[in-house]
Every structure is written in structure tokens, then in C-alpha cells.
Design a protein around this ligand. Sequence first.
Ligand code: NAD
Ligand code: USQ
Length: 395
Amino acid sequence: MRIIVYGADGYIGWPMALHLAAQGHDVLAIDNGARRRWDAEGGTRPLNEIASFTERVETWNALGKGAPIRIAEGDICDYDFVLETMRAHDPEALVHFGEQRSAPYSMISRDHAVRTQVNNIVGNLNILFAMREVNPEIHLVKLGSMGEYGTPNIDIEEGYLTITHNGRSDTLPYPKLPHSFYHLSKVADSYNIHFTTRVWNFRATDLNQGVVYGVATDETVLDPRLATRFDYDSVWGTALNRFVIQGSLGYPITVYGRGGQTRGYLDIRDTMACITLALENPAAPGEFRVFNQFTEQFTLNELAETVAGVLGRRGLTPTIAHLDNPRVEKEEHYYNARHSALLDLGLQPHYLADTLIDSLVDFVQANAANVDPELLETPTVTWREGANEVWYRHA
Ligand code: NAD
Ligand code: USQ
């Protein structure tokens, strides 16, 4: 298959480009380096050294495993660039990761909220309009987020809810209660994509993904220059990844608030598998298909205790700190989200196991010399303030 991967220099997009190329797909990898610039802006950086986008691609192509990856550096918000690259590659499918994906980043200030929503919503619209001009048959696989739904006090379905109101019934998009301005951008994307499946007969799969953990895939371990990024600061680091590095290096594991917040989680290797399954089983023309992409749900307390248990068995003495919650979110709530569609397509999950946490601890310890302790400090972006310019360190 000819496939374009947008956001192919990112935490998930890079391993995905590798994974698809390893299976022989003809991949065009697109990225504009925004994520690396956002690091420079805030003085953050991943735990591990990562090669440049071009060096990564050159390394893969020199290995001679699977198909070579093509590369195009450019901004998805530049419509001419999106159109030209889509025309030239003539893809059968698109995988779209290319967005600003941090909830805290989107909550720093008005400017960050606007930048997040413009980048994400305009980029996504550009892809939709280019599909219309180039080939409306292309299957769009778009990364959404479980956080679009929020934490309602009823079961979360996969995209749709059948409602009976005043004696009449309809199946409608599931109501959304997003957690941040970032998650709101994903809701807007979902509605824009859904609209194009109705009016332009597009085929689209919206993957409402949970929090991803892990760093190693079959392909990233083939050469150190193929490694993907592993973030641990309070703006870009996600829960389990952060907990492992904090606990491994003797810092308190930072649970925000009471820790009853429940989220869906999945191993980065399962992200690869889910997206491959979505590509191999495309949505029908006119179909806006929604999958909830996670394999297990945990409370933050459960996650923190699981990590602490593994570290304890390795002779470490981790501590768990309940910080004042910088976010506005329910800290105790009902949560039961359906996630059967990908399992029905054949997903074989890697459930969170001590062995995976152990391998992450090994990875963290191997890279411990790179740790910037300031990045493990108390989070400075708070949801209540809406003007967190103090976050900037201007390194
Ligand atoms: P990431 O920030 O590491 O990667 C995103 C990539 O997109 C970056 O390399 C960035 O430079 C690029 N990008 C952003 N805006 C762009 C633009 N306008 N033009 C070109 N490239 C652009 O993020 P990630 O963790 O790999 O997440 C990938 C996708 O998956 C995102 O859409 C995110 O919302 C979604 N997602 C991530 C997680 C997670 O836990 N990491 C969970 C659920 C959903
Ligand atoms: N949290 C802590 N301590 C920390 C970091 C986070 O308690 O040190 C808590 C947060 O308050 C929240 C939960 O952990 O309740 C998840 O936060 P997160 O930072 O791990 O993830 P989130 O902000 O939700 O965003 C991440 C990705 C985003 C993706 C989303 C999937 O950055 O791109 O969309 O996970 S989901 O959570 O399902 O919406």
C-alpha cells in the first residue's frame, strides 16, 4: 500500500512509519519538526538521545529491511505542501499523527490554546480538502483521543450512542466532555472528518486512543539511531512513562490529586498493531468509523502502585506523592469504556506486565545520565490560571 504518515518524526509516528515500511508498504514520512521546536521553546527534551528526522530515515533505508521510507519536511498547515505531496505519492491510505498533542501545553496561555487549535484543526482540514482534490477514495486513519469523551457517569461507547428522546430514537455521535483545549481540538477534528464522510463520501477511521506507554518496538531496537523519543517532563511526559522514570531515579511518583482518575492505556506495540489492523480493514465509503484504542483501564493509584511494586522487587524504595492537582478533572468517577472493535478485528494485546515495566526501568537506568532533575519537578502549568508563562525556562 502507498501510505502517508503525518507526524512521522514523533513518539508514535516514527515507530509507525518504520513498522509499515518493515511490512513492505511504500511510506512517505511527513513532519515539520514542530515537536523539536516546542522542546527548544520550553527547555524540555526527551530522556534519550534521538537522531534527526533525516538521519533516522537514512539509517532505516541503509539497513535494507523492508521498503525504504521517503521523507518530506513541511507543515500540514501549508495547503500547497499537503496537496503537492499527496498528488506526488498518490496514497491509498493516510495515517495522521501530526498534531500538538500535549494537554498541558494547550493550557499554558491563550497563545498556546490558539496555536494548538489552529495547528490541529487547520492541518486536519487541509488533509481533508487535499483528499477531495486528489482522490476521495483514500482511507484516512486519524489519531483521536479517549479524552474527547471525558469521564461521563455512563458507559462510553465506540463513537456513537443510541438515544431515545421524547419517544423518538436515533444513533448519534457520543457526547463529548473533553479534558483540555488540546482534547477539544480532537473533538473538532472528529466532527470535521465525520462531516466529510457524509458530504463527500469519504472513508475514515477515528482512533480514540488512550495514553500510550513504552518505548521499544520491533523496529526501533534495530539501531540506536532508530530509537523513538521518551518524554518525562510534566508538559510532554505521560503518566506511566513519567511514573517509571520518577520511581527508578529516586524521585516521588507524582499522582495528581486523589488518584482515582481512570484512563485507558496501551503499549506502544499495540498502537502499531491497531493502526495496521485499521489500514488492512478500511472503513467503507461514507463510513465514519470510531474505535476506542486502548487495552486496559487503570486508576492513577493502581498505575503508581504497580510501578512501585516492580521497583520494590528490584530493591528500590519508591515513594508515591499525591500532589495538588494542577488540572481540573474528576478524581473519583465511574469509568467503563467499550473497546471491543479492535479486538474483534484480531488485536492480540500486550497487557501491562511487570516485565514491560522492568524493561522500561532498564531503559531509564541506561539513560540516567541525561536526566534533567528540573524536568521532574512539580508541574507548573495549571488549568485554573490560563496564563502559565512561568512554565517557560528559555534555556
Ligand atoms: P508527538 O508530538 O511526539 O508527535 C507528533 C508529530 O507531529 C511531531 O513530530 C510534530 O513535529 C508533528 N507535527 C505537529 N504539527 C505538525 C504540522 N503542522 N505539520 C507537520 N508535522 C506536525 O506526539 P505522539 O505522542 O507521537 O502522538 C501522535 C498522535 O497520537 C497525536 O495526534 C496525539 O494526539 C495522538 N495520541 C497520542 C497519545 C500518547 O499517549 N502519546 C495518546 C493518544 C493519542
Ligand atoms: N497525571 C498524574 N501525574 C503525572 C502526569 C499525569 O497524575 O505526573 C494524570 C493526569 O492528571 C491525568 C492522567 O494522569 O489524569 C493522564 O495524563 P497524561 O499526561 O498521561 O495524559 P493526557 O494529558 O491525557 O494526554 C496523553 C497524550 C495525549 C492523548 C491522551 C490520551 O499526551 O496526546 O490524547 O494521553 S487520553 O488520556 O485518553 O485522552
